[in-house]
Design a binder for this molecule. Structure first.
Ligand code: NAD
Ligand code: DAO
Ligand code: ZN
Length: 372
């Protein structure tokens, strides 16, 4: 196996636009695979890292974590994948062997967490070089490159019938919202649910709540342009907190006979996280935090809210064990039971990737897909 020269969007430093560079992608080592990335989505987490506010930010780095591609080559001892396989890289691996994987209680496989958090492959080195210097990996995926190298345990092999330009989005946002409703909260038929934030993650949470048979699904967003799509996805009503004169939790408890059975925060704002918890029904209401808040932010509520039976929880990647469940989600998409195409509002080529961040910031974008 030889070094591959290809193009990648490199982040050279905080608050700088991505630069399209020719890079070297070195061959996969033991337990690794090299993937030709064909498509990638763009997510807030990429923008957050670019801002330099992420304490784990290191530069230069190749970002991206919503990819779809084809295995180009495999390293020593790789048994579950071969060249030609269609795959979705995973930012939460599934080794099936660590304490976390074996617990049956979580999807947070932690076997390569340390090196992944430091932007390196599990052996502590990088496979990317640009202008003679090593470039950091990102989230164990680095899908903003035409070729990437990832750990075998960080790869979901998916049905070749699926369009990778669509199902790449199952690598993060859609799976996260849908999975929080289905796996983390396990919403039951007839439940009343409220969802804060009607971006891609919130819409996916609505999709999950609808599939679970929720009776009432209340979508909440400060941008009323988000409402029509939320209704199409299954929200039964939408509320703009700006239109409500009293605190939103007071309004919601009054229109739902005491509060919601489930609430989901898909914004990343500690005030809406509190509102979501306090909108839950006494005795059993459960609130799930998905949104990622800024550095140093803390949540708070009166402890009595929890003493009286409300439950606060969180969800990462929808509680999904990626190697096992992403192929199932892809099959669900292929059989028409899971929306994916409906999330895509923008398409760009790799050399236009910075535009995808602009449309995300201005609020017109649910998900952009980049053709590599
Ligand atoms: P998005 O920006 O597309 O959507 C957020 C929505 O919230 C927007 O429609 C915006 O108008 C609305 N909003 C903002 N402030 C508001 C407020 N104060 N009140 C009401 N509405 C408000 O974002 P997204 O891609 O859907 O992601 C949502 C969150 O989920 C982000 O914080 C992201 O980092 C996080 N996320 C978490 C995970 C995870 O595994 N936990 C995975 C992916 C994304
Ligand atoms: O195991 O400590 C850990 C971290 C696992 C990663 C969880 C990521 C959740 C949120 C990421 C934002 C979206 C990409
Ligand atoms: Zn594990």
């Amino acid at each position: 196996m030889s070094i591959i020269n290809c193009l990648a969007a490199v982040c050279w430093g905080p608050r700088q636009p991505l630069a399209i560079e020719e890079i070297e992608v070195h061959p996969p080592r033991r337990g690794e695979v090299r993937i030709q990335v064909l498509y990638t989505g763009v997510c807030h987490t990429d923008a957050f890292y670019m801002s330099g506010e992420d304490p784990e930010s290191q530069f230069p780095a190749i970002l991206g974590h919503e990819g779809g591609g084809i295995v180009e080559s495999v390293g020593e001892d790789v048994t579950s994948l071969q060249p030609g396989d269609h795959v979705i890289p995973l930012y939460i691996p599934e080794c099936r062997n660590c304490k976390f994987c074996k617990s049956g209680k979580t999807n947070l496989c932690s076997i390569i967490r340390d090196t992944q958090g430091r932007g390196l492959m599990p052996d502590g080195t990088s496979r990317f070089y640009c202008k003679g210097q090593p470039v950091f990996h990102f989230m164990g995926t680095s899908t903003f490159s035409q070729y990437t190298v990832v750990a075998e345990i960080s790869v979901a092999k998916v049905n070749q019938a699926a369009d990778l330009g669509k199902v790449c989005l199952l690598g993060c946002g859609i799976t996260t919202g849908y999975g929080a409703a289905m796996n983390t909260l396990k919403i039951e038929p007839g439940a009343n649910v409220a969802i804060w934030g009607l971006g891609g993650v919130g819409l996916a949470a609505i999709m999950g709540a609808k599939e679970a048979g929720a009776a009432r699904i209340i979508g909440i967003d400060m941008n009323p342009r988000k409402f029509s799509r939320a209704i199409e996805f299954g929200a039964t009503e939408c509320i703009n907190p700006k239109d409500i004169e009293r605190p939103i939790q007071q309004h919601l408890t009054s229109i739902t006979d005491g509060g919601l059975d489930y609430t989901i925060e898909c914004i990343g704002n500690v005030n809406t996280m509190r509102a979501a918890l306090e909108s839950c029904h006494k005795g059993w209401g459960k609130s799930c935090i998905i949104g990622v808040a800024g550095i140093g932010q803390e949540i708070s509520t009166r402890p009595f809210q929890l003493v009286t039976g409300r439950v606060w929880c969180g969800s990462a990647f929808g509680g999904v064990k990626g190697r096992t469940m992403i192929p199932q989600y892809v099959d669900k998409y292929l059989s028409g039971q899971l929306k994916v195409d409906e999330f895509i509002t923008h398409h760009f080529n790799l050399n236009e990737i910075n535009q995808s961040f602009h449309v995300m910031e201005e609020g017109s974008c649910i998900r952009a897909v980049i053709t590599m």
